[in-house]
Design a binder for this molecule. Structure first.
Ligand code: SF4
Ligand code: SF4
Length: 327
């Protein structure tokens, strides 16, 4: 049976669904803050999913887990989401970047717009390689800082300190009332993504760099049958990561986000296929598998107490009250 959506539409549909979900999470979080600040009598539990926006805090939580065997009790859902995303990368390439991340969605929309107006370009290798190195430098900086430069006492102090405890509220505040400088920087990134294909994800996101390296060890890859290939180049033209799929036999590069758009673009039946450990798999398995990993981690965390904060309501209210709109 043929899958009802093309890879391009399937990806856009999943990305849109996750972005709507994130907006709903933001709405619930704002309602929680209104309660904490005394602006609403109705208690709304803090949505754990909001902690997915705190990957650096989750990285620190992971170090704490490795050191002590204890789960981060300040942002437990953040650590769960982070580990789910790492698991996703190992099993289904950069499924988080390709299907879940709201910045990836924005980047995808800008890429579509850039292509439509004829602005979108893939830089030549001489520019592409040094630009790609930027995100790996960022990743190296964060990994070194968290796992090597920080001593255990500083780690504990940061995790339980006032900044990290309400980092999600600070993040919401940043998005709700960005400064002029933040808007200019965001506008610059937007423009960059309009003219350079997938600019943010390919060159600047350290989170994606880490996921790419993990995906290298995974079983899923796009495979090209050289004998069937007619060298039309449609796969490379469609690739949001600017990969020369038409020149590779197997796409294993950490830059591949597993979007399967190259498979959808190929006009020759059976020439480009998704494979897992060498066996052909239907291409939707990559996106659906990535979502299933996230859901499985969520179910596990909800049922085992690794999702919701165990802090008493009164303490939560005291911590978050200053961040309620109107305070
Ligand atoms: S190689 Fe194919 S699956 Fe990988 S990013 Fe490019 S289009 Fe997507
Ligand atoms: S789209 Fe298919 S046929 Fe065309 S170059 Fe790519 S792999 Fe070959």
């Amino acid at each position: 049976m043929k899958f009802p959506l093309s890879p391009v539409r399937f990806r856009l549909a999943l990305q849109a669904a996750f972005t709507l979900f994130n907006l709903y999470v933001g709405f619930r979080f704002a309602a929680f803050l209104a309660w904490a600040g005394g602006h609403s009598p109705d208690y709304v539990p803090k949505p754990g999913a909001v902690e997915g926006f705190l990957p650096i805090s989750a990285l620190l939580g992971l170090r704490h887990l490795v050191n002590s065997g204890q789960w981060d009790f300040i942002h437990p859902a953040g650590l769960t989401i982070f580990l789910a995303v790492l698991g996703m990368a190992v099993l289904f390439r950069k499924g988080f970047c390709g299907y879940v991340c709201p910045v990836g969605f924005l980047s995808n929309l800008l890429d579509h717009a850039g292509r439509r107006v004829g602005l979108s370009r893939v830089p030549p290798k001489v520019v592409d390689y040094p630009l790609t190195a930027l995100k790996y430098l960022g990743m190296g900086f964060f990994l070194f800082s968290v796992f090597f430069a920080m001593d255990t006492r500083s780690l504990e102090a940061f995790l339980t300190g006032p900044y990290n405890s309400v980092a999600d509220a600070r993040m919401l505040g940043f998005f709700m009332s960005p400064s002029g400088l933040s808007l200019m920087v965001l506008g610059g990134f937007g423009l960059f993504s309009l003219v350079v294909r997938g600019a943010w994800c390919r060159y600047l996101c350290p989170y994606g760099a880490l996921l790419g390296l993990l995906s290298w060890f995974g079983p899923v890859a796009v495979s090209r049958d050289r004998d069937k290939c007619v060298s039309c180049g449609k796969c490379a033209k469609g690739c949001p990561a600017g990969i020369r799929v038409d020149l590779k036999q197997t796409v294993r590069t950490p830059e591949c986000i597993g979007c399967m758009e190259c498979v959808g673009a190929c006009p020759v039946d059976g020439c480009l296929e998704a494979r897992a450990a060498g066996r052909r798999i239907p291409w939707p398995v990559v996106g659906l598998g990535a979502v299933c990993v996230l859901l499985l981690f969520w179910v596990w965390a909800k049922t085992t107490g690794h999702w919701d904060s165990t802090m008493p309501q009164a303490m939560l209210a005291r911590l978050y009250a200053p961040f309620a709109a109107g305070n």
